[in-house]
Design a protein. Structure first.
Length: 624
């Protein structure tokens, strides 16, 4: 223990001596400390306090300016780019990179300075024709001589216009179909039917349309309408029937489009779920069919649509295409549509073209011009529509045109409406309307028949109509107007048929009727002028009696009356073609039994006479 103490004291002395050498001023203090005890060094403590204060100031300064320093992030540098290695790239890398260069081209003609691996394609011309014009049916360059087919070097190449070829084939097939039907039904030709049972006193021949089809049997023909520009195109409306033999056809209205020169089958078969009250063709080209229905809707069919886009059914082992409407106003225009039965639809005739051809030919399938259509309901509400053809059809349907069928291109746009009859305080109209016609010479004027024996005259553009009403001549008992027809050659006259059996002839400038004829005790169903003679017209009454007038021969009564009650007639339509060198005219009769007959009138009723227009003017001048 004593040795250890000595070693401690010795080490302490050495440390004191070293401290004395570093701090000479503290030597006296050290002696004093050795003499009096341990001495506290305040100088070092003060220095440490100063160092701490300086460090705190630097830390506070750095904290104040740290938020002002912001580092930028750079993403433009790509640290690693490792694209997938293709087999060809791997081969090039393994092959070596000395004196090599890769080049990419699509085909040989795009590369003019480098060699490529694309090889030239071998091209050889071949031709074939079936059936062959000769023993050679095919040929081409480099043909095997063992096949005994010569080369086509001497063959003249021709370019085919597919559209023109289709148009020619379609038109030629129609001609061939007509010729075949004439050969198959030679005994039913126009001239030879004069000596058969269908012969009538007014008929120069008859053609009977084939309505013996199973789905047409038992359906009454309610409406007939001929195209004004294609007189051989007929529209027939067949009433709903529950025993049609097919579930799809039960209780539906069928509309047939006929070519009277092909009576064996209808050209088109249109279908609608409810009763059709009125119908018409489009003006000019008869490619559209319009109809007014019993539920207040206006529908149209586009006859140019392909059969593949419509429903096909098999009836009695025959395939038939049912065409549903292309456009319908059902529930589309809830605030501006019709709320009662549409009793008349009429196109607004304007600038009809001349010399138009068959509407069912392909060369007529170009875009049509827009026109207007008028529809009238029982309450006298007249709506005007614009018929518009879309640039292309959409098979998926339209989200805006809810009435347009998917794949359809033609639609109706509502233009305006007119209330043609005054309403009472309870909102009910005082007159019921029955028929609508536009003036052929000026489509701004319209004429509407009513149930009070009056014809109302109005205009679409708000001009004054004179006279405003057309009245019967010296008759006080009102009668419903059932038919109204204008003179087809532009003369300002029109016929009116009434429910009391009276037929009236009116001049457009005179309020009272020019002439009146009491033809029967029943109702007049139809009245029609002859398209070739303005002084000849026909009427059909409810007793199935046909009356024919020729005012140049007799103006007080019809020159011919024929009773058809053995097979009652429900409707009638007159057709004719005055543009031909030998004009013909005829009448179509729709029977209650469902049969359809086309009768050609005698030449005395069809050949124009110089005194036709003079006779009408003479009758009008006597009244004025």
């Amino acid at each position: 223990m004593e040795k250890e103490n000595e070693m401690v004291i010795t080490g302490h002395i050495r440390a004191s001596s070293e401290e004395f050498e570093i701090f000479p001023r503290a030597s006296s203090d050290l002696r004093k400390s050795q003499a009096y005890g341990r001495v506290i060094d305040f100088t070092a403590a003060r220095q440490r306090e100063r160092n701490q204060q300086a460090a705190q100031k630097q830390k506070k300064r750095s904290a104040e300016i740290l938020h002002l320093i912001d580092l930028d992030f750079s993403v433009t540098e790509c640290l690693l780019d490792l694209p997938p290695v293709r087999e060809y790239d791997a081969y090039i890398r393994s092959y070596g990179t000395a004196n090599t260069k890769q080049a990419y081209v699509q085909c040989n003609e795009d590369n003019v300075e480098r060699d490529t691996q694309t090889e030239d394609t071998d091209i050889m011309d071949k031709w074939t024709q079936h059936p062959p014009e000769s023993s050679v049916a095919c040929g081409g360059d480099g043909h095997d001589t063992s096949t005994r087919v010569p080369s086509d070097k001497g063959v003249t190449r021709t370019t085919l216009d597919s559209k023109r070829l289709t148009r020619f084939l379609h038109s030629s097939t129609q001609v061939m179909a007509v010729l075949l039907e004439e050969n198959m039904a030679e005994n039913n030709s126009v001239k030879k039917l004069q000596s058969q049972t269908h012969t009538h006193s007014f008929s120069d021949g008859c053609v009977q349309l084939n309505t013996s089809l199973s789905f047409l049997q038992g359906r009454q023909v309610t409406l007939l309408h001929f195209s004004q520009t294609q007189p051989h195109t007929l529209l027939s409306v067949h009433s709903p029937h529950s025993g049609s033999g097919h579930v799809t056809l039960d209780r539906t209205t069928l509309i047939c489009v006929w070519n009277i020169w092909e009576p064996s089958t209808p050209q088109r078969l249109l279908i609608y779920e409810t009763e059709v009250r009125s119908c018409c063709f489009s003006p000019g080209k008869a490619v559209l069919v319009f109809a007014g229905t019993d539920v207040g809707s206006v529908v149209l069919w586009d006859l140019r649509e392909p059969s593949s886009s419509h429903l096909s059914i098999r009836v009695c082992e025959e395939e038939w295409t049912l065409r549903y409407p292309t456009f319908s106003t059902d529930a589309v225009l809830s605030g501006t549509g019709h709320f009662s039965a549409v009793i008349s639809v009429e196109p607004v005739l304007a600038n009809l073209g001349a010399g138009l051809r068959d509407p069912l030919l392909p060369d007529q399938e170009e875009s049509m011009r827009s026109f207007q259509l008028g529809s009238l309901d029982e309450n006298g509400l007249l709506h005007l529509w614009v018929v518009v053809e879309l640039p292309r059809a959409d098979d998926s349907g339209s989200q805006t045109d809810l009435g347009l069928r998917p794949g359809g291109k033609v639609k109706l746009l509502h233009s305006s409406f007119l209330q043609t009859t005054p309403k009472l305080d309870n909102g009910v109209t005082s007159l019921l309307s029955s028929v609508l016609k536009f003036l052929p010479s000026d489509s701004n004027h319209f004429f509407i028949g009513s149930n009070m024996g009056l014809v109302r005259h109005g205009t679409r553009n708000g001009l004054r109509a004179v006279p405003k009403l057309y009245r019967p001549k010296d008759r006080e008992t009102p009668a419903d107007i059932t038919a109204l027809e204008f003179c087809p050659n532009g003369e300002p006259y029109f016929l009116v048929g009434c429910s009391d059996g009276v037929v009236r002839l009116h001049a457009c400038v005179c309020e009272e009727a020019v002439c009146e004829w009491a033809v029967c005790s029943g109702s007049v169903q139809c009245v029609s002028f002859s398209p070739t003679r303005c002084s000849v017209f026909c009427t059909l009454d409810s007793a199935s009696v046909l009356h024919i007038w020729d005012l140049t021969q007799r103006d007080e009564s019809p020159v011919l009356t024929h009773d058809l009650h053995t097979d009652p007639v429900s409707t009638m339509a007159v057709f004719g073609d005055a543009a031909r060198q030998n004009p013909y005219s005829g009448v179509a009769l729709g029977k209650r039994s469902g049969s359809l007959e086309i009768h050609f009138l005698l030449p005395s009723f069809t050949l124009p006479q110089p005194s036709d227009a003079e006779k009408l003017h003479l009758l009008a001048s006597d009244t004025l």
